[in-house]
Design a protein around this ligand. Sequence first.
Ligand code: FE2
Length: 341
Amino acid sequence: MIEMEEVELPPGVEAIRLPEQKAFDGLPFPLVLSPLAGEFQTKDGAYWQEWVVSNRSLLDALLLRFGAIVFRGFNVDTSTHFDLFCKSFGYSPFRYLGGAAVRVKVVGNVLTANESPPDAIIPFHHEMAHVNEYPTILFFYCDVAPEVGGETPLALAHVVYRKMAEKEPELVRRLAAEGLCYVRVAPDGDDPSSPLGRGWQSTFLTQDRTEAEVNARASGYDFEWMPDGSMKTKTRSVPAIRVDRRTGKAMFFNSIHACYIGWQDSRNDRTKAVVFPNGDTMSPDVVNTLEDVMSDVSVAVKWRRGDVILVDNRQVQHARRSFVPPRRILASLYKDDQGQI
Ligand code: FE2
């Protein structure tokens, strides 16, 4: 284990330990920063925004090294403060287009994290991993802490890759060689009762079938019209293992877990939602192995009001546990200048 004293941190903060943390490659995950005892604990939100601006390159280096940083005790009291805290990093706001989740704008670049019902589990994913353009930086903020459940578990995708390569070498070889295709039947008009109920009209930004076909092809989808007016879409092959060129680490960067567990409704069969390019489905054994690996390597930090978590979406997958209301977690999505992997 690397002694945290050896890791350079910005002034005024320390790395604290939480019982939920795990360690990988000798580093705690995630990194949890908190103001030093004494004067720093009374500094207000504006102080910490300045602090981010002054220490931006060191914070970027810590994010690259640790994958995710929890900021606890930084007096981020409101959604507006959260917006300003995020903006002090100087990243470019990401426009949430083409994602499947229902989100509501709160203020500035801040959205509700996900509007799906409290009893729904959101399985592990990289945000928008199967869309051409995805946010590289995610911030989450705890406005109202849940009493029971509602954690946002995190997992290092290179650790998932390593474990899966050990346990399912043939699968990982095939994922790297062939990629994956994602299949979804989009209804004729939005269906708010389904977590994947975004209709073909809003998916392809038109009311016109011919134009939807043109847009679908241009976005990398093959499609088929169904008798009930819904549109079955299938992505062309999307890479399922990606190497982060900043670190040389291979990432298990795909939506097998999310699709196989979550993509189920009256139109969609989750077991056929993620397939190899020749149409082969995942074997249930493989998905069970993945489930075991995810629970083994993921970390669920218990939310406290005012917590901010900064996530490198290239390196880290996230999920959401079910909860008993109230709970209000907000999100803010960005792109940094280091690019996608
Ligand atoms: Fe997400």
